[in-house]
Design a protein around this ligand. Sequence first.
Ligand code: GDP
Ligand code: MG
Ligand code: K
Length: 271
Amino acid sequence: MTFALIGNPNSGKTTLFNQMTGSNQRVGNFPGVTVEKKEGSVRGHKGVTVVDLPGIYSLSPYTAEEVVTRDFLIQEKPDAIINIIDATNIERNLYLTLQLMELDIPMILALNMMDEIRGNGSSIDIQKLQAELGIPVVPISAVKNDGVDELTHRAIKCAEDKARPKNLDFCSGYVHAAIHSIAHLISEEAKAAGLPLRFAATKIVEGDEPVIKQLKLLEPELDIIDHIVTDMEGHLHTDREAAMADMRYAYIETLCSHAVVRAGQTKEHLR
Ligand code: GDP
Ligand code: MG
Ligand code: K
């Protein structure tokens, strides 16, 4: 069984990797070495391996880190994704989470840096996050080795159950319509190319060249896609990449207004 450890740079991936594997290699982000992936055996669990992948903010095809991480996920199909996020910067970190959920791979969220959240008087409603995202969420503090055993157990369970994210309806309005029209159009091609359908459709809406090439679409399909995207951009008065980013951040803002209380705010803030 293999877990892929995925998260933004500085979310605590390497710290968690070292706790899970028992390696006491120095943690640090030296420029140029982060594109390497590092594999280790999870202690106490025979046959369980974890891979520390380069930190990324998005599944776009622009940086070497994004390409390494995305190709690993799509080609190697790990048994589960452990998505580690910095709870003190939850909105920004969830931007990647929403994209990972589209890969049709069992996934668990490790909400890291909970020592800082507790220390500064903020709080995060784990049950609410879990219910709205539809994936398991485990609060941890990687540096203090808090919650790491529970995370490992629940990640193994998640992989065994093949519990793939089901709540993918975080899109809305014109973006929702575009994703669904395109998914309908490309379902055969996505299957043939071995790409998760929802991921492929979203990436086409964003104009992701490698995915468009991989799907080997024909001229008439490309024309229809152009039409769908141009129509969406016209309605939203924005370009395709910004439309997708706005939609994701709107979903995250609503989610966090339900689940996150910052220091100084009262519970009355929660609706
Ligand atoms: P990576 O870039 O995702 O591999 O992140 P690192 O593991 O290198 O961690 C980035 C920084 O966050 C380091 O200074 C860690 O010591 C720190 N860090 C990691 N986990 C935690 C945690 O749970 N709590 C706190 N307070 N700091 C953490
Ligand atoms: Mg690292
Ligand atoms: K192992």
